[in-house]
Design a protein around this ligand. Structure first.
Ligand SMILES: [Zn+2]
Length: 585
């Protein structure tokens, strides 16, 4: 949103840059400026300057600079809007859109209540954990999992006692209403009996903190074998898991080289304990664009370290694309023997993890690896089919990248490099008459020139469904399964619907007959090309509906041209054509 300029002037006037910066570092005057060691990058001699006259800062080391708003954005890793909000808070100014908007004020006050209730709850859970009686089992469990007192404190781990109303009583006693507590996700409302009770019972508690350290929600883990293993706070007025990353708040004021994306609480904590302190969790396997943007505020480079199982692998491929589209450099750490990150560091320690990190795969190498899992490489036949599919994939890459990946396929299959390159040319690349070395743009180019546009639309729809479950729903609702003309894509869509999150693209392709596999591998190659999956899906459906309708019209027109129609029949066909054309507008 835009702020009125008079209001912004007042904000800047009240937030003198010298006083704001002094909240973070001690400034020393020299000449017309004030100096300090730069709080934005590590240094020993001061190259960070503030000019009180101009109300600007500039660092001669890292070249950061700007107004006080920019400073807060850089320092606190905030967006422009959030930085303005924070500065307004600092001097007690109300945001312009809130001054006359009672509803907005009410919502803001309500959110504050939720956070306060969450904070009370977090304190209570910690107290229960530490209580020698109440927390006995939790302490024993934590000790068994290697969660020492430093870790417990650092992550605020607590325990929710196995009762139905202890939190309820406590928070109602502090003046919170049942509705507030249900809205915050701390109580559950039972519709049948119209009663409320504690949402977390007999579980180990992991508070979820937002980037500014506020308690937004909780994860609760069983200590035995019950199901579900975790209960998490759902969407509330203050928490949405799509916008948060667990553990990120620990790094608010740190300069990081990279971050490691893992799946769950215990992965973050396990790595932290082993000395790998820069892991954050997406809490749920599907990484979102909002989370990718959040990461981008902290680092340029992200390592993905998901579990080795099928769901983890699938999530990894999609996560890679989302991160890449946000301009982050992405690497994939793969764990041997289906271990998860927590288990791996328990066995091999930080040194082992660092080695894996050094050998992390690039996006394309990872896709080739994932693809290989769909084939039996101990079998001549399997090797051959993998080599064909993999070469088709590599042929679509930039020429300069191709060699490296052909080598990788050669190593995996034992085929000669020349044979693989020739295979790649056949399956994907175009040869433009002049002979060697003129493959450019590879497969994509071929698609652009002579592929049926309908196939492109149908493939795009499958891609959208792979990216987002929501897209699958809208395709189902539109009855789009019937709209597919290409059998390969229709079957793939059906498989995605049936298998849900267990669907592994590379494995699916591996099980197809050669000819179909070649068509289907185009999906693998373009997995990163989807931006807004739900919208894209709707677009594709509309296109496919239109195309199918024009097919039908063409058929009717052909019938009209037949001479053996009676006048009555002719009129009926004509009317149908006009109806169709109108409906298709
Ligand atoms: Zn600097």
């Amino acid at each position: 949103m835009a702020f009125p300029s008079a209001w912004l002037d007042e904000l800047l006037h009240k937030n003198d840059i010298v006083s704001v910066v002094s909240d973070y570092v001690e400034l020393k005057p020299k000449g017309r400026k004030l100096w300090a060691c730069c709080p934005l990058h590590g240094e020993k001699t001061p190259s960070f300057s503030v000019s009180p006259d101009k109300q600007l800062f500039y660092c001669f080391g890292c070249h950061a600079g700007g107004t006080v708003i920019q400073f807060v954005m850089d320092m606190e890793r905030l967006t422009f809007y959030e930085a303005v909000q924070s500065l307004a808070n600092r001097v007690g100014m109300e945001l312009p859109n809130e001054i006359n908007d009672r509803e907005m004020q009410r919502q803001r006050a309500y959110k504050k209540r939720m956070i306060e209730a969450n904070t009370e709850a977090a304190r209570y859970f910690c107290k229960c954990f530490l209580d020698p009686e109440i927390g006995k089992d939790a302490q024993a469990y934590a000790a068994k999992r290697g969660l020492n007192s430093e870790i417990v404190t650092r992550f605020g781990i607590g325990y929710a006692p196995n009762t139905w109303d202890s939190l309820l009583k406590l928070l109602k006693g502090k003046g919170y209403s049942e509705k507030e507590l249900v809205d915050a996700g701390l109580l559950v409302h039972n519709n049948d009996r119209n009663t409320v009770y504690d949402a977390f019972r007999g579980r180990l508690i992991f508070p979820i903190l937002g980037v500014n350290g506020q308690v937004l929600g909780f994860g609760a883990r069983v200590m035995g074998d019950e199901k579900p293993k975790y209960i998490n706070t759902g969407d509330t007025p203050v928490y949405n898991k799509r916008n948060n990353l667990y553990g990120l708040y620990l790094h608010k004021n740190e300069k990081l080289d990279d971050l490691i994306m893992v799946e769950g609480y215990m992965d973050v904590i396990g790595l932290y304990k082993a000395g790998v302190k820069n892991a954050v969790a997406s809490l749920g396997t599907a990484l979102t664009q909002q989370q990718a943007r959040l990461l981008k505020r902290y680092v340029e480079k992200v390592y993905i370290a998901y579990d080795g199982d099928a769901a983890g692998q699938n999530a990894t491929v999609r996560g890679l694309d989302i991160l890449k589209n946000e301009g982050l450099e992405v690497r994939v750490i793969t764990f041997p023997d289906d271990l998860d990150p927590d288990e791996y560091v328990q066995i091999y320690g930080k040194e082992g993890f660092d080695r894996l990190k050094e050998n992390a795969l690039s996006l394309n190498a990872f896709k080739l690896e994932a693809m290989a899992k769909g084939y039996d490489l101990n079998d001549e036949n399997g090797r051959e089919r993998y080599a064909k599919a993999a070469c088709a994939f590599v042929a679509g890459l930039q020429p300069i990248e191709q060699e490296r990946y052909y080598k990788l396929i050669a190593k995996k299959t034992g085929y000669a490099l020349e044979a693989l390159q020739a295979q790649g040319l056949r399956s994907g690349g175009i040869q433009t008459g002049e002979g060697r070395g003129t493959v450019r743009g590879g497969f994509r180019r071929r698609i652009e020139t002579d592929e049926d546009p309908r196939d492109i639309t149908e493939r795009t729809l499958v891609l959208a469904c792979l990216h987002e479950r929501k897209a699958v729903e809208s395709v189902k609702n539109a009855g789009a399964e019937e709209l597919f003309r290409n059998k390969v894509y229709r079957n793939m869509f059906k498989a995605i619907c049936e298998q849900g999150s267990a669907f592994v693209l590379a494995k699916y392709i591996g099980e197809l007959p050669d000819k179909d596999a070649e068509i289907a591998s185009a999906v693998l190659r373009e997995e990163d090309a989807i931006e807004n999956a739900a919208e894209t899906a709707d677009d594709c459906i509309r296109k496919m509906q239109k195309e199918n309708a024009s097919d039908e019209i063409a058929e009717l027109q052909a019938r009209l041209n037949k001479s053996d129609l009676t006048a009555e029949e002719r009129n009926a066909v004509l009317k149908e054509i006009t109806d169709r054309i109108r409906a298709n507008k």
